[in-house]
Design a protein around this ligand. Structure first.
Ligand code: GLA
Length: 303
């Protein structure tokens, strides 16, 4: 069942099916709430102002490029694309006033809502007019996201979802147990730009067996398969699967009030950061006329 209410000047759609109730606003196609068996698992603001003024990307759909592009520039087809920088010299999450701050259109489907956004040619420096879509659907205990995109010129496209998870409600993600299906992670420089693909073996990045998160992370893990990670806390287990190649684990140390620092962990299924400048990384180029489709599923259970 899908119901529609107001969220300030925006709309809020709530999909209720089985034990899950997920609310998504047209502002940023953002998940404002995800309740499993009545327990809130995804922190959000209760009005648009929090999102419009915020820099935490809480629950938002991110585009055109999730994570960072070094020095806010890349070359595509021999042409240099200059982007507005919004984190030091680099671009983060598509730049200033990007998709997470835009109003998306919504179409109600069966226990699902499809959000669409037209991103014009040259939007935040990216070439090609892109039609972006994110469809949220709920079935049983599973929330599924389908990311789609079509561009009229060659571009790069790397969407993600920036949900933070607090499965127990105790607002301390370092106590949560995490398992990540990754035998490599990306080592980064001081600006969090990837330097090299590094084995997790013998490092603090080895989450191949479930263990407490314990400390701060803001890193990209290279996934070994479609089961990306399992997060377990307060008797709830969430299994995240995706056909995207990587997972950003961000422990939310700078979460703004009213949220507690480290109160929730962002698990972002993504492409590798800075791929447009890294021919050695999986390509994020979307060619004109090619259809982009990637998915992510979040399955909730009690344990
Ligand atoms: C991503 C980044 C973090 C931080 C958050 C938003 O996860 O990797 O460094 O910017 O987004 O606060």
């Amino acid at each position: 069942m899908v119901t529609k209410t107001n969220f300030g000047a925006y709309a809020l759609y709530t999909i209720e099916a089985g034990e899950l109730a997920v609310s998504i606003t047209t502002l940023g196609a953002t998940v404002t709430s995800l309740r499993f068996r009545g327990r809130e698992c995804v922190p959000g603001y209760d009005s648009p102002e929090g999102y419009l003024g915020g820099t935490a990307y809480l629950g938002a759909a991110i585009g055109r490029y999730g994570n960072r592009i070094a020095l806010a520039r890349f070359t595509l087809g021999g042409k240099e694309c200059m982007l507005p920088a919004n984190e030091g010299p680099n671009q983060l999450h598509g730049g200033p006033n990007s998709y997470d701050k835009r109003e998306w259109s919504a179409e109600v489907l069966d226990d699902a809502v499809r959000f669409t956004l037209s991103s014009p040619d040259g939007d935040n420096g990216f070439p090609g007019a892109l039609s972006a879509a994110v469809t949220y659907s709920v079935r049983g205990g599973t929330l599924r996201l389908d990311f789609e995109g079509d561009s009229d010129a060659d571009t790069v496209y790397a969407p993600t979802s920036h949900m933070y998870f607090d499965l127990s409600g105790r607002e301390n993600c370092r106590e949560a147990e995490l398992q990540v299906n990754a035998s490599h992670y990306l080592e980064v420089d001081a600006g969090l730009i990837p330097t090299e693909v590094t084995p997790v073996e013998g490092t603090r990045f080895d989450f191949r067996s479930a263990r407490k998160i314990g400390q701060a992370y803001d890193h990209c893990f290279v996934l070994d398969g479609e089961t990306a990670c399992v997060l377990c806390d307060g008797g709830v287990r969430m299994t995240l699967s995706t056909d995207l190649p990587a997972l950003q684990v961000y422990t939310g140390e700078f979460l703004p009030a009213p949220f507690k620092p480290f109160g929730a962990v962002a698990l972002e299924p993504e492409s590798f950061p800075d791929s447009p400048n890294r021919p050695d990384f999986p390509s994020t180029v979307l060619r004109a006329g090619e259809h982009f489709h990637r998915w992510a599923e979040y399955r909730f259970e009690t344990v």
